[in-house]
Write a protein that binds this ligand. Structure first.
Ligand SMILES: NC(=O)c1ccc[n+]([C@@H]2O[C@H](COP(=O)([O-])OP(=O)(O)OC[C@H]3O[C@@H](n4cnc5c(N)ncnc54)[C@H](OP(=O)(O)O)[C@@H]3O)[C@@H](O)[C@H]2O)c1
Length: 270
């Protein structure tokens, strides 16, 4: 089965200045999709756009802080202006922070929700009227494998990822009758700026900085999975079967999971 032909279907990608977003933008452009690249670091977006243009693809750069609703609306408007429509939004921008909940300020907690969760909603909501009019579209949330498990020292981060996951599932059913697909993407550890950024925002990033190399995948792995999902839509996108199965079992066995988590934290100096 050839799947949906992606050539000419425009996509807006947030967090396209690095890591998973950048790799996905390049993979989408390679599949023939015009791409709107959004993030705050415009220079880095420019480099990605130049790489896409050199491949013969189409890309525009849109400076956007996803916590700013007006800038997200402008992202959708600019995409439609440049490419004539918007088929897909990959709500990917996000960051992590490591630390015990009792040391985290309310402001820091709200900030991470503003970017990871509300930032996704800010970009998706203005695209929906276009998709509903067209009777088709595909929304993707970049969640995480950690959406399925409250992770010690990553409570806030995993809560934002769980919120995205729950919204994606609910929206998937609400929007299916209108021809709009909704997927959540659940990467495992991915070799990006994420860990460095997390360390920069945390007093003690003992876990983030000691993520075992064997647990890390290249961002291109996630990018390929996203393009495959755009071609053949599915509800959840996973890039590691063992982790997916393990997390499924952890939901069924919470006590055993708690023992395993305590052991893993001690082993990694937490
Ligand atoms: N790396 C992992 O192990 C991993 C695992 C599971 C899930 N994820 C998820 O994957 C997504 C992408 O992360 P990554 O691994 O690719 O990390 P990354 O290399 O640090 O990329 C994060 C991207 O988000 C953008 N961003 C951050 N805050 C933003 C804001 N307020 N407005 C607009 N853009 C913002 C950054 O761009 P600017 O700084 O230029 O704005 C950057 O392009 C995140 O949602 C993350 O939670 C990552």
């Amino acid at each position: 089965m050839p799947g949906i032909p992606l050539e000419g279907l425009p996509i807006a990608i947030t967090g396209a200045s690095s890591g998973i977003g950048r790799a996905t933008a390049i993979a989408c452009a390679r599949a023939g999709m015009p791409v709107a690249l959004a993030a705050r670091r415009v220079e880095k977006l420019g480099h990605a756009a130049a790489e896409i243009a050199a491949m013969g693809g189409r890309a525009i750069v849109v400076p956007c802080d996803v916590a700013n609703k007006a800038e997200c609306e402008a992202l959708v408007e600019r995409t439609v202006e440049a490419f004539g429509s918007i088929y897909s939004v990959f709500a990917n921008a996000g960051y992590g922070v490591e630390g015990p909940v009792h040391e985290m300020s309310q402001a820091a907690l709200r900030d991470i929700f503003e970017v990871n969760f509300f930032g996704s909603i800010n970009c998706i909501t203005p695209a929906l009227p276009h998709m509903r009019r067209a009777g088709r579209g595909h929304i993707l949330f970049c969640s995480s494998c950690l959406s399925k498990i409250g992770t010690p020292y990553f409570a806030a981060y995993s809560a934002t990822k769980a919120a995205q996951d729950h919204f994606a599932r609910a929206m998937r059913h609400e929007l299916a009758p209108q021809g709009i697909r909704v997927s959540s993407v659940h990467p495992i550890g991915t070799r990006t700026e994420f860990f460095e950024q997390t360390a920069g925002r945390s007093d003690n990033a003992a876990l983030a900085l000691r993520t075992p190399e064997g647990f890390l995948q290249p961002p291109e792995r996630v990018a390929r999975a996203v393009v495959a999902c755009l071609r053949r839509p599915r509800g959840e996108v996973w890039t590691s079967l063992p982790i997916r199965v393990g997390l499924g079992l952890s939901i069924m066995m919470p006590r055993l999971t708690d023992v395993a988590l305590r052991w893993a934290m001690r082993r990694r100096g937490r």
